[in-house]
Design a protein around this ligand. Sequence first.
Ligand code: PEP
Ligand code: MG
Length: 754
Amino acid sequence: MLDILRRIIQEVNRAPDLSRALDVIVTRVKQAMAVDVCSVYLVDHDAQQYVMMATDGYSPSVIGQVRLDFGQGLVGEVVRREEPLNLGNASDHPNFILSSQIGEEVYHGFLGVPIIQHRAVLGVLVVRQRERRRFAEQEETFLFTLGAQLAGAISHAEASGDMDRMLRESDESRFALKGVSGTPGAAVGRAHVVYPLANLDAIPDRPVQDVNAEIAGFHAAIAAVERDMRMMSARMVDVLPVEDIALFDALILMLRSENLIDGTIDGIRAGNWAPGALRKTISEHVSAFEKMEDPYLRERAGDVRDLGRRVIERLQSSQPVTRTYAANTILVGEEVSASQLAEVPANLLVGVVSARGSSASHVAILARALGIPAVMGFDDLPVARLEGQELVVDGYQARLFVRPSEAIRKEFKRLQREETELSNELQELVSLPAETLDGFRVSLYANTGLLTDITPSLRCGAEGVGLYRTEVPFLIRDRFPGEEEQRRTYRQVLKAFAPAPVTVRTLDVGGDKILSYFPVVEDNPFLGWRGIRISLDHPEIFLAQVRAIMRASVGLNNLRLLLPMISNVAEIDSALGLIKRAHKELRDDGEDVVFPPVGVMIEVPSTIYQVPAMSQRVDFFSIGTNDLTQYLLAVDRNNAQVAALYDSLHPAVLRAIHQVVRAAHAADRPVSVCGEMAGDPASALLLLGMGIDSLSMSAASLLRVKWAVRSFGLAQMQALLEEADVLEDGAAVRALLHRSLDEAGLGGLVRAGR
Ligand code: PEP
Ligand code: MG
């Protein structure tokens, strides 16, 4: 049975549109269950009816004709119960309505199961038999399992069908396609579809005639691609911050890596021509990356593929390929690569749409750094058919409008204009203090780490670094960085901000941040070997890192050390013991190292209740709301399936934060927030109302938060907190905050426009 189920679902998944998917379902189910009829009813919300959309058994002429009002008939009963209904004789049921148009009277046995997606009933799958008998339990569970699995396939097919309709009927284009994630901003422009330069998988193996000439040609192609990458990087220098430019260096390193070059040359020596040998090495690399647990590293598979295609392109032609772009280009692709994005002159590019990818993709990171709205992650985006189409990208809500109606186009053009005005106005805030209307001074710091950079943080007026995620230099290498290598990296950040404070967090790997060269395989990685737990179990790694950090601060003295994933005081005592030891070793070596203030991340719920004990050991606290929310609500922060439950404005999260602030202040210890929540202007109002001393966020959010801070009084924020305190769920809190921002004329901070 399992095998049949799997085959049906595969076939449904391959169907090009909803109607064909439904046909597959009814035919295959009728066959597999040896029943007389199988039909699918779908819910039509506009008409408030259930409509028979496919059948095998009744006459095809009734498709679309048989309609039942909501709540009516046995189908209505299945929808209401959200459970299977199994009857030996359908007409005995009080809700039975005879549809004489289908000749239903000869069928007695009835089995209906709901098709449910994200808690909503999409439709009902029904089988009928002449025989007067209930269906066996095994039959019921088969149909039920199929119904549950079909929901996803049906909504996929529905989405691609919508797309078809959207392209056919231009005035029916009011609805938007929904992506998984976006980068803020709105754009109106025309699609320029970028496609893989060469289809790597289609390259055959071929015998090579002259091995040496083939190797020389391969080296020349590598050198040419390296030149292209350097040119792209040079073009981006004025546009992108230094650390983001480092992406191109990383790509060049990958291109020049021994594995890639030697692997291919070995292939050529074994008798394969260069393109074939390269295809093989690239696909080995790609599958190695794709198997990685860490989403950031998994995304690198796309970079490797892109590099491979570029080399192939150069192997096939010695001339660089030039592409032209029009004004208001929206770059669209199956998997837009960072280098494809970099090829478009910055003044022509207004938006990016990538069918694959997530907010961790390089293309998303670059788009964010460039301030270009982007939407990533679509199930069924017919990329090839979008070339030249007018598009609207709504990065706030991860939406894409294809051939927008006049009204949508106008609305988004207006929003786009307003956004430009808004960001120009925000620039004026750079040199102004983050001070509330009633004169309360707040400190706004930047988070740095993954390709985020010093320059934009300084440019937007950050008063220091509130969270430097040191795992980043570890994640982008293929081995542990040495102590001196680490010192140099940390020094750059500390020096750039001196004398302003830089809070350096010790290594926080584990969970979803896995080092390729230090694999940790666990059933529950977020509850496993993470952060300080790894550091304490490997004092050699921790000591080297702490020594490197302290040496980096010599003469600057703006360092603060932060410990991640603390769950009890013993961990603090052990970590402090090691930090003191490292400090003593450095002093003994004659280094003029000042012992830094040490703080603890509040992100494991147990720490909420241990602030007094921890205050006796450390100097400050920083609340990591990303993990605190995940652990308090038991919602995996990376799982799209439960994303709707992940809410930092959940009253329980707010109370926890408030409790930490009160306890820390009672012990005279400052508290900051460095999770994503700090960069959300609406949430920032509540956090400041609670008395949080500083907020640390990505540079892109800083001026927006500053605007909110300067538009409200602390007393107003406290009043908002009081109002929020009696609300029972996060949605109500969010609505309250958005209303307040709107009333203060700051609606543009939470949606497109201003
Ligand atoms: C947090 O958990 O809120 C945090 C800032 O740490 P990270 O996102 O790096 O886990
Ligand atoms: Mg964390």
